[in-house]
Design a protein around this ligand. Structure first.
Ligand SMILES: Nc1ncnc2c1ncn2[C@@H]1O[C@H](COP(=O)(O)OP(=O)(O)OP(=O)(O)O)[C@@H](O)[C@H]1O
Ligand SMILES: [Mg+2]
Length: 414
């Protein structure tokens, strides 16, 4: 049961898999921040790593906010999160119900409905029988034979074949011709696959990370090794494309009640084509984000403390209809629709109240983060992360690489 609280202390739970870099950063920085002032009172904030154990559905939950990084693949804590949301009013950054129900496919559908420029995407039936006693009769009776080459002809080469609920590049292949198409489909087995037109010759690959109402749009190079994928690049997009990606990212999240998610879009001129935007556990490790890591950790701390301290309630219901009303309005131009979506997103995220909270209650945080990034404690964390991530022969090279990027961050901020 939710316990009535008369004190102001707030507990933020971290539900973790294997990561230890950003959680260490999070814990250190929240410790340095001290009690957070809000509405005339002081709110001491503590953090705790959540452990996994049997739970009675009626057990109390001590955490005010839980940041989840595990439930996308480990189902016991996923079910604990659902119970916490339904019974205890625990604040969760991502709605566990919609993240389970709305995989990549649903996200494509929703954004197509809202008018975003999603490449042509077709869902083809399973290649191999699924393991179900009713399969043979049902498929024999109702699965129409279909001509894969004809479907591919409609999508056009080159294309991507990828699972409808994809993630972590599992089962993704680029298809240039009919031979590759048949080979990939034959190998897809029991995976349910999309065929999606490839966006070729784009100017930039933009990956945006959104935490609460704020989005960082970063230049991404998926063909490079992980440590080099995020390029430090400012103003790499035409302003209208940058603004559209920001609205797109916040729209997806507000639409599905996700608050910690990343989105991939390919930009050609001013044209923005989103290709992937349902990532329940976006990569925020130091060795991926480097220069952008302080931004991410600052947002994660700010948004979770805002939710804990102001008593913001998790929304487990969605409000698709108000988005569709904008999408369906024949009098609206595309820019009108984007403005409408941005307005709904701001309403959902309480953007104004959040900005005020950051400027007053969390006014000291940016300087605390900057000093910490510029301190031996951060360097220790970097050394530990590099030595556990890369083989010994690569340590010096990577340490030099990341130290250089972080020094650039510190210089830019100062
Ligand atoms: N329609 C497309 N046009 C061009 N490139 C694409 C397209 N779809 C996918 N890709 C490329 O394939 C990569 C993997 O595809 P996608 O992101 O959809 O799969 P994923 O399993 O979610 O991978 P990840 O977890 O790395 O994001 C993309 O990062 C992109 O480089
Ligand atoms: Mg992806």
């Amino acid at each position: 049961m939710t316990t009535a609280r008369d004190d102001t202390s707030r507990l933020i739970g971290l539900l973790l898999g294997t990561e230890s870099d950003w959680p260490t950063a999070f814990e250190s920085l929240v410790g340095k921040l001290g009690p957070v002032p809000h509405a005339g009172r002081q709110y001491p904030i503590t953090t705790e790593r959540v452990t996994i154990e049997p739970f009675d559905l009626r057990d109390p939950v001590r955490h005010d906010v839980v940041i989840d990084r595990l439930a996308w693949w480990y189902y016991h804590p996923r079910e604990w999160l659902k119970k916490a949301a339904l019974i205890n009013d625990t604040y969760l950054l991502n709605n566990p119900f919609t993240f389970q129900a709305m995989e990549k496919h649903s996200a494509y559908c929703a954004m197509i409905r809202l008018g975003f420029d999603i490449p042509t995407t077709v869902l083809v039936p399973y290649k191999n029988p699924i393991d179900h006693e009713k399969w043979a009769y049902t498929a024999g009776t109702y699965n129409l034979p279909f001509d894969l080459d004809e479907v591919a002809g409609r999508v056009g080469y080159p294309m991507f074949m990828k699972p409808f609920d994809g993630g972590a590049w599992r089962g993704v292949s680029k298809i240039d011709d009919p031979d590759a198409l048949h080979k990939a489909y034959n190998e897809s087995g029991e995976m349910l696959m999309h065929l999606q037109a490839a966006v070729d010759n784009f100017d930039s690959f933009a990956r945006s990370l959104t935490i609460g109402p704020r989005t960082q749009v970063m230049k991404f190079r998926p063909e490079l090794p992980m440590h080099d994928r995020y390029e430090v690049a400012h103003d790499f997009l035409p302003p209208s494309a940058g603004a559209e990606i920001e609205t797109l990212s916040r729209t997806i999240n507000a639409f599905f009640r996700w608050e910690f998610n990343s989105c991939e879009a390919l930009v050609t001129g001013t044209r923005v084509q989103p290709i992937d935007y349902a990532n329940a556990c976006p990569d925020i490790s130091i060795t991926s984000l480097h220069y952008y890591f302080p931004w991410a950790i600052t947002q994660l701390i700010s948004w979770s403390i805002f939710c804990a301290v102001t008593g913001r309630k998790t929304k487990i219901d969605t409000s698709s209809r108000e988005w569709f009303d904008i999408a369906d309005n024949p009098d609206f131009s595309w820019n009108d629709k984007l403005a409408g979506y941005a307005g709904l997103a701001d309403e959902y995220f309480q953007t104004q109240a959040y900005e005020e909270f950051c400027a007053t209650s969390l006014a000291s945080l940016p300087a605390i983060v900057l000093d910490w990034v510029d301190s031996p404690a951060f360097d220790d964390l970097l050394v530990r992360t590099v030595t556990t991530t890369y083989p010994a022969s690569e340590h010096d090279r990577f340490l030099g690489h990341f130290r250089g990027l972080m020094a650039m961050y510190v210089a830019d901020q100062r």
